[in-house]
Ligand binder design. Structure first.
Ligand SMILES: Cc1cc2nc3c(=O)[nH]c(=O)nc-3n(C[C@H](O)[C@H](O)[C@H](O)COP(=O)(O)O)c2cc1C
Length: 322
């Protein structure tokens, strides 16, 4: 830490190195980091917000929140705990008032999962997830000001699947969407960004219940539907758009790291969130006041493939701001 009470350059750069392992739509990494006298700004990078898939910057704000959550964990483990304040353009990570405290065992465990967590698009085992673990996930989301609604196999899951398919069909009919997706997968520089062939997995099979996003992977004969249970859930936060989407990212990252700590694989679906009319139908079906943020599937599966990130130097704003 420096004499002015902010983090020194080495601690800052190391924490940003952890922050960038946050998830982002198409691995677009829509963030910038800036050290100021008040803390560290995690700001949406407008040049990396996806114009077709994310015209309002909703998913970009979620990712900035997730990156801020990683940053705060890394700082806590480095011995300088932080708190996050959210705003419409991102988050500010400040030194926590209890600055002298050591990292908690949970913070250490979640921090260890930052580079291990990844999106898993493979079929999950049918092994039941311990209800105690499921309850812990829901509690963790509630503690952070969010909600996690589990979707039961049967009519509820069928209704969610129908909405996911509607969104899938709607999006695939948009040439701009298809071109954007291709630019972040097939033709992306996957050494630093985007979703490569290995991470993308197979193309969605026509018979699968909830069509996954089609990153252009190879088609494979259906063995087992990779989109059924064991646990499907939708999460959101209580609050209004913009700042609360940044908070939703903090909630998401805590949830993903906790799931990883319990050995769970996680798949994400935002297609039903990306089409406003479908998102509204999903909100009504869940009887929620505020918009759902993401559909998630939890289960057990071997590690698949990691996506890559840009070098830390590329996401830090050069000059420290006042
Ligand atoms: C807001 C948001 C929406 C996402 N939507 C999807 C999706 O619809 N389908 C999918 O396969 N992955 C989705 N992902 C996962 C990203 O593709 C993934 O985070 C990114 O490629 C980086 O890979 P990683 O999560 O393995 O680190 C989403 C992630 C975020 C944060």
């Amino acid at each position: 830490m420096t004499a002015t009470g902010t983090w020194d350059q080495g601690t800052f750069a190391a924490a940003v190195g952890a922050a960038v392992w946050a998830p982002s739509i198409h691995n677009s990494q829509p963030w910038r980091f800036r050290r100021t006298t008040r803390g560290i700004d995690v700001l949406v990078d407008p040049g990396r917000v996806l114009p077709v898939c994310d015209p309002e910057g909703r998913a970009a704000r979620v990712s900035c929140g997730a990156a801020a959550a990683n940053l705060a964990l890394a700082l806590a483990v480095a011995g300088a705990p932080a708190t996050c304040t959210v705003g419409r353009c991102g988050a500010v990570v400040h030194l926590a008032p209890d600055v002298a405290r050591a990292a908690t065992p949970l913070e250490r465990r979640l921090h260890r999962q930052i580079p291990r967590r990844h999106t898993n698009r493979a079929p999950f085992a049918e092994t039941r997830v311990d209800p105690g673990v499921v309850a812990q996930l829901a509690r963790a989301v509630a503690d952070e000001g969010g909600w996690l609604d589990f979707v039961e196999d049967g009519p509820e899951l069928d209704a969610l699947a129908a909405l996911t398919r509607q969104a899938y069909v709607h999006l695939r009919a948009d040439a701009g969407y298809v071109a954007e997706l291709r630019a972040w997968s097939e033709t992306a520089d996957v050494d630093v960004e985007g979703v490569g062939r290995q991470a993308a997995g197979t193309a969605p099979h026509p018979a699968e219940l909830m069509p996954r996003r089609d990153f252009g992977g190879p088609e494979r004969a259906a063995t087992r539907d990779p989109t059924r249970s064991p646990v499907v859930a939708v999460y959101g936060v209580h609050g209004e758009p913009a700042a609360d989407e940044v908070r939703a990212g903090i909630v998401l990252q805590r949830l993903l790291l906790l799931a990883a700590d319990h050995g769970l694989a996680v798949a994400m679906y935002s297609q039903p969130i990306e089409v406003p009319a479908v998102r509204e139908r999903l909100r009504l079906a869940l009887h929620r006041v505020h918009d759902p943020q993401l559909v998630l599937r939890f289960g057990y599966a071997p590690t698949t493939c990691y996506t890559n990130r840009r070098p830390v130097a590329d996401v830090i704003d050069d000059a420290d701001a006042g």
